[in-house]
Design a protein around this ligand. Structure first.
Ligand code: SF4
Length: 433
């Protein structure tokens, strides 16, 4: 990398800035905890951050806190503490890490988080509802469930203007109005529709960047790794949703990726196999897990994680600032529905992803802790194999619990997968010869 090409300043800028923004966000949460301010606890699928910012709530994403304990190799301490307290080894590891965090008065390896003043969540995952009940028992604070109607059957998505869609939108909007009343009561801040317009505008700009980013990874070589780099981008997309800093970050990130695409700069010295990842990453060995693939010339060009965990940034939808509340309801409906579709009706979309990104293989990673995204993956894989002739790998571990992560076993399976990919690639040449 030389300065006259500009590589040394622009390439890698997104990862550096993303990590910095993330540190600042956690520093802000620690400051809020020190002042004993009460936070809004939310989840990545339907966070409603744009609305909660209007009431000046510090926003806490317990899923992100929990995964950070695993990335920082401390998850086992938190899981053990929650299990000693009485939670079963079988349930979602994110919940248990959060329970231990609450028992430690919000203390995490990277910050101290404020206590909840309210919790807001959708039905995108059943666990969200039971998880919020834990906080309700601990803190006696209000919890608000937003019931978002999902797609009724494969291929039966409804759209703006359809009668069913309009009914669903009105149903979600009515719940948002109830939520606003709770937010006003808890925060003591009056609802300001112009402030909502501002936060929605920031999310619009951020989401345009996110979708462009996904498009740019179709280039060869691909310009970012959906598993490793993508997780940093997801952190910013969620934590800074509705914030001007998030919008700026993604505008600059697109600039970086356009530069990389124009100059043929990929993530590996030689990109040999383009892969798609299905599921949640293996955070206890995050870096080494990714290296199992990159070490053999494989890189992840897209994933379902960038789809369901992006808070709807991937969906081709923009808030209409002329009718903010209606549009917020519509955005929540389409984004949460899309996240649920990523679990229930994923095969046709994965088939399209394979075509668009010219993928050589697909890696399924069901995990013990998260039944929501893991249930049915074996069937989904079978359905996809009927649609597309690509290599697939099915490996199981966990996103939190290192007791069920066997690195040696994973490596054997991944190595065999790459041998298969290489053999497949040689076959057409041999036939032609
Ligand atoms: S079960 Fe899965 S989707 Fe639900 S809270 Fe746990 S990790 Fe998140």
């Amino acid at each position: 990398m030389t300065s006259d090409t500009g590589d040394d300043t622009i390439v890698g800028r997104g990862n550096r800035n993303g990590a910095q923004l993330f540190r600042e966000w956690y520093a802000g949460l620690s400051a809020a905890a020190a002042d004993d301010r009460r936070a809004a606890y939310v989840f990545v699928m339907g966070s409603l951050a744009e609305l909660l910012r209007v009431f000046d709530f510090p926003i806490v994403f317990p899923e992100i806190n929990s995964l950070q304990t695993a990335v920082r190799h401390a998850a086992h301490e938190y899981l053990n503490e929650a299990e000693d307290y009485g939670y079963s080894p079988d349930i979602c590891g994110y919940v248990k890490a959060d329970v231990a965090t609450q028992l430690r008065r919000g203390q995490l390896p990277m910050a101290t988080i404020p206590k909840p003043g309210l919790a807001v969540y959708t039905n995108a995952c059943n666990t969200y509802i039971k998880w919020a009940e834990i906080w309700e028992r601990m803190y006696h604070m209000p919890t608000v469930t937003i019931d978002v109607p999902g797609t009724r059957a494969a291929g039966r998505q409804t759209h703006a203007g359809d009668r069913d869609f309009e009914n669903d939108r009105r149903y979600v909007r009515a719940q948002l109005e109830e939520l606003i009343a709770v937010c006003e009561r808890v925060s003591g801040v009056a609802f300001d529709i112009d402030r909502l317009r501002e936060t929605l505008g920031c999310t619009n700009a951020m989401n345009r960047g996110w979708r462009r980013l996904l498009d740019l990874n179709r280039s060869r070589p691909s310009v970012f790794n959906a598993l490793s780099d993508g997780t940093i981008y997801l952190g910013v997309a969620n934590s800074l949703r509705g914030d001007a800093a998030g919008a700026t970050f993604f505008t600059e990130l697109v600039e970086e990726m356009e530069y990389k695409a124009a100059h043929g700069i990929g993530t590996l010295n030689e990109e040999q196999f383009r892969l798609i990842f299905v599921g949640v990453p293996c955070y206890p060995i995050f870096r080494r897990f990714n290296e199992l693939f990159t070490g053999s010339g494989g890189t992840f060009v897209n994933s379902t994680y960038l789809w369901f965990a992006s808070g709807g940034s991937n969906v081709d939808f923009e808030y209409d600032l002329a009718r903010p509340l209606d549009s917020l309801a519509e955005g929540l409906l389409v984004s949460v529905r899309d996240a649920m579709d990523s679990m229930f009706f994923q095969s046709p979309i994965l088939a399209g992803m394979i075509d668009d990104y010219q993928a050589d293989g697909i890696v399924y990673h069901p995990i013990k802790s998260c039944r929501t995204v893991s249930t049915g993956l074996a069937d989904s894989r079978r359905a996809l194999m009927e649609l597309r002739d690509v290599s697939s790998l099915y490996i199981e571990s966990d996103m939190m619990d290192r007791r069920v992560v066997s690195e040696a076993q994973l490596k054997n399976r991944v190595d065999a997968f790459f041998e298969g990919l290489a053999t497949r690639r040689r076959q057409p040449a041999a036939v032609k010869g």
